[in-house]
Design a protein around this ligand. Structure first.
Ligand code: ZN
Length: 168
């Protein structure tokens, strides 16, 4: 019995309908899987020697999504164009063969972004800390961790010995 006929027979018999759809499903999954492997293989060959993705590209992708979302919410058309320009830039960087230049761009981006991200991270960590408060030394900017609920106290910076008063 041919495979096509088997499918036909299953289709005609309502009791075997579930099986029919299962076999259709398996066929679709196997085609999709093969297609995905083909695509991945092709992509791997295509991306060979190209810059690929880095932190700056991820940031550009996020920026694009933010611009698209705000554009959607506000109906401001220029945000769409801006988002479009951003995504074009991201793709250009991804497919670029000039590693050195792309690497330098990424380093410049990290130089700006790293202090911001570490500040955000430490802020959220400090917010979660219920037993301590965090202060910055007014002179050397060092972060000092002090137990909460001690009222107004004098704090001596362990780094530069500057004394300042804070409410804990
Ligand atoms: Zn200090």
């Amino acid at each position: 019995m041919g495979k096509a006929f088997q499918h036909l027979e299953l289709f005609m018999n309502p009791f075997k309908k579930g099986l029919f759809f299962t076999s259709i499903g398996v066929t679709i999954i196997s085609i999709v899987t093969k297609g995905m492997f083909f695509l991945m293989n092709w992509l791997q060959k295509f991306m060979y020697g190209r810059h690929g993705t880095d932190q700056l590209n991820i940031a550009l992708l996020v920026l694009y999504m933010i611009l698209a979302l705000i554009g959607q919410l506000t109906g401001l058309w220029f945000l769409y164009y801006l988002g479009f320009a951003v995504i074009i830039w991201a793709f250009f960087r991804m497919f670029s063969r000039n590693h050195e230049k792309r690497w330098a761009e990424n380093q410049a981006f990290l130089g700006v972004w790293s202090p911001i991200s570490s500040r955000i991270l430490s802020f959220s960590r400090h917010q979660k800390d219920k037993t301590h408060r965090y202060f910055h030394c007014p002179k050397c900017k060092a972060t000092l961790r002090v137990p909460k609920g001690q009222g107004k106290i004098e704090i001596t910076c362990p780094k530069c010995q500057t004394v300042f008063v804070k409410k804990t």
